[in-house]
Design a binder for this molecule. Structure first.
Ligand SMILES: Cc1cc2nc3c(=O)[nH]c(=O)nc-3n(C[C@H](O)[C@H](O)[C@H](O)COP(=O)(O)O)c2cc1C
Length: 379
């Protein structure tokens, strides 16, 4: 199998097989099936919300590449009159810089420096994209899910429910189908904002927001993923946040770190180290928690497995889809294709190699002759 992996890695530099998961199952007897927000996925690799899921063309490129799922850019909620309490997050900024970042553990990774925030076009434009996402998901082409940021009050204030109601209802109608899948973003810029100074305030948001979104949908079922920020209150508080978010259907763990000095969000190994430490604490605490999707510096198949060992049933990447072309071993195709090639087939750092290693070391057993990705998350 190792020899076959070497051959596949070379062979697929120019083009990936049409059905990635079927190929991996057939060639290696590895079942990569994964889950996100109740959806069954052919494999665990998806795209996190951001600048790479702004339009239909990007969705189509990702579908063609064989990505398992995409989370659309975060829209800022509004009420029926178009008022937005979080309007400061809807700023326009196009310039992104992809940079190397040195981490505390000594490893070099990548980060994207960008001063923008949420969706900066009209809500109607966003609903158009949500319609496409709903159709794509139901046709089985690729799961694509909207993301929103709603009003978050201070302790002595009430939530602006009119924003929750209007935004959720319109998203549900645009999505169509029997239920609305939705991510609620608590972003790193929010973590860096004075609004997130108080721990009790953050915990109240996490406790109350899922219910407010469900109520806003007016009876239509909503599946809610809360994308948790890395708050500035230290690592034990991250565990408190996970406990407070028990009302969600899934958690995305955890969004980028906030640099106070530079006033920007960043990633790299500091981010994955911190996220994995927190997920370890969540696991050893034994608390009941929603299902998990990992995010942060996923840049190899081995990193996917680090998140999976701590319970993440899928992963959401952003930075790894933005690297200079020379960083990918593939020689042709979209960045999504090149990223999938490295993440799955790299003979040393890829997901298949990592799962074969887990088998070899006795940490993962075949069932009915197959290794299963989801068995890693359950162990
Ligand atoms: C330029 C940029 C824009 C982003 N915008 C959003 C956003 O609008 N909503 C959100 O939930 N996450 C956003 N993210 C976070 C990513 O989805 C992802 O969770 C995070 O960057 C960690 O993954 P990575 O290390 O693979 O980049 C953004 C990230 C980047 C780099």
């Amino acid at each position: 199998m190792r020899a076959r992996l070497e051959r596949d890695f070379e062979r697929f530099r120019g083009e990936l097989p049409h059905d990635l998961a079927a190929h991996v199952r057939e060639a290696y007897r590895i079942d990569l099936s994964a889950r996100y927000l109740g959806f069954s996925l052919p494999h665990p690799i998806g795209k996190g919300s951001g600048q790479l899921s702004l339009n239909q063309e990007q969705l189509e490129t990702d579908r063609a590449a064989g990505l398992a799922f995409v989370v659309l850019k975060t829209v800022i909620a509004e009420d029926a009159a178009g008022a937005r309490a979080m309007s400061a997050w809807a700023i326009h900024e196009t310039r992104m810089r992809v940079e190397k970042v040195h981490s505390g553990s000594g490893l070099d990774g990548w980060t994207v420096t960008w001063k923008g925030r949420g969706w900066d076009r009209s809500f109607d434009d966003y609903l158009e994209l949500v319609r496409t996402a709903g159709d794509m998901t139901r046709s089985g082409a690729m799961v694509a899910v909207p993301s929103a940021k709603y009003h978050l009050p201070r302790m002595d204030q009430a939530f602006r429910e009119s924003e929750y109601d209007h935004t959720t209802e319109r998203l549900a109608v645009a999505w169509g189908g029997e239920f609305l899948p939705l991510e609620k973003d608590f972003s790193p810029t929010l973590a860096g904002d004075a609004l997130a100074d108080e721990r009790d305030r953050i915990l109240r948001w996490l406790r109350e927001v899922p219910e407010l979104i469900r109520k806003g949908a007016g009876g239509a079922p909503v599946r809610i993923a809360l994308k948790l920020m890395n708050a500035r209150h230290g690592e034990p508080f991250q565990l408190e946040m996970v406990k407070a978010a028990a009302g969600a259907d899934a958690l995305v763990c955890f969004n980028r770190l906030w640099s106070e000095s530079r006033g920007v969000a960043y990633g790299g190994y500091d981010l994955s180290d911190r996220n994995l430490r927190t997920l370890e604490a969540v696991k050893s605490s034994g608390i009941r928690r929603p299902s998990l999707s990992g995010t942060g510096n996923v840049s190899s198949g081995r990193m996917i497995l680090e998140y999976a060992k701590l319970g993440c049933e899928s992963v959401q990447l952003h930075t790894f889809f933005q690297l200079p072309l020379s960083e990918y071993p593939a020689t042709a195709g979209s960045r999504t294709q090149r990223a999938l090639h490295a993440l799955l087939f790299h003979p040393v750092s890829g997901l298949i190699a990592g799962m074969l290693d887990l088998e070899q070391s006795g940490r993962l057993q075949r069932r009915n002759g197959e290794l299963r990705f989801l068995d890693v998350t359950a162990s």
